[in-house]
Design a protein. Structure first.
Length: 286
């Protein structure tokens, strides 16, 4: 059964189909054909034989007609069976689309990436080579504006670099991804916020928790709207939004408590909610 991490990574690609070609072009330096549209295509690659082949995700680039099919496979661990079926995925999709195809493997760590990146001997002197994205190859998104333009890439960046030994950089990336998540619909925001926090090392969590919102110079107008320096209204909007992302809809009583809180009390709630497991723990003593 697919793991939570497996499904979470695939969701980023489903929610933003252009993420796959962006990573191929910008992170992996793969030359792509000209295209005008990107869409998710059927992941069922079963041919006329009885064997069933179903990939994680298929992204299709189009320029009036299909110009490139991208098989996206999230790989969390070594699986020798995949080295037999990956070429089948590519050839079956190529036969269906009648255009070039590549296979993008999103690896959980560098060890899996090294294994997945080895050329596959398919016989007769022919080889098949997956294109592999390792965590260290995911772009580091620290700019708020860029993160809001491409929130899925920002979240993927936080997931890939959240446990880096460079804690300061991890916090910058996580914070940019949080800013990007705030502008999305509530369900997606809550999911992305949880993914970001769960990807951080303990050191990065503590550093993020210790950030003083009053001293941070926010880059975007959107961020300033929530984090306006010295304004209780901005903090109230921020804390309300973050509490809803972590714990779901808030009662009228909780809304009233937050609205009546002082700036210092709001900042204390903000610090606690990063590690709190319940709404009551985040709100603290009355």
């Amino acid at each position: 059964m697919p793991s939570h991490l497996h499904e979470a990574l695939l969701l980023l690609f489903r929610n933003r189909p252009s993420l796959a070609p962006e990573l191929l072009r910008d992170a992996l330096h793969v030359e792509l054909p000209p295209y005008t549209d990107v869409r998710i295509d059927s992941a069922d690659l079963t041919d006329i034989q009885p064997a069933e082949y179903r990939v994680d995700l298929v992204v299709l680039l189009l320029d009036g007609v299909p110009v490139l099919g991208i098989v996206v496979e999230v790989q969390l661990a070594r699986d020798e069976r995949k080295r037999f079926v990956w070429p089948v995925y590519a050839t079956n999709l190529r036969a269906r689309l009648e255009c070039p195809v590549c296979l993008l493997v999103v690896a959980a760590d560098d060890a899996v990436a090294r294994w997945a990146g080895k050329s596959i001997d398919v016989g007769g002197g022919n080889t098949f080579a997956p294109i592999v994205l390792r965590p260290s190859g995911v772009p580091e998104i620290v700019d708020e504006t860029q993160a809001r333009t491409d929130p899925e890439l920002a979240v993927l960046s936080a997931m890939a670099h959240g446990r880096s030994t460079d804690t300061h950089k991890s916090v910058q990336i996580a914070f940019a991804a949080q800013i990007a998540s705030l502008s999305l619909d509530e369900d997606r925001s809550r999911l992305y916020f949880d993914l970001i926090l769960s990807s951080l090392s303990e050191a990065a969590r503590r550093a993020l928790q210790a950030m003083d919102p009053a001293k941070y110079e926010y880059q975007s107008d959107f961020a300033k709207r929530y984090f306006a320096q010295g304004l209780a209204e901005g903090r109230t909007a921020l804390i309300t939004r973050l509490l809803k992302l972590r714990f779901g809809p808030l009662s009228d009583e909780i809304h009233a408590q937050i609205t009546a809180a002082s700036v210092n009390e709001l900042d204390a709630i903000g610090e606690r909610l990063l590690t709190a497991t319940t709404l009551e723990e985040a709100l603290g003593p009355n």
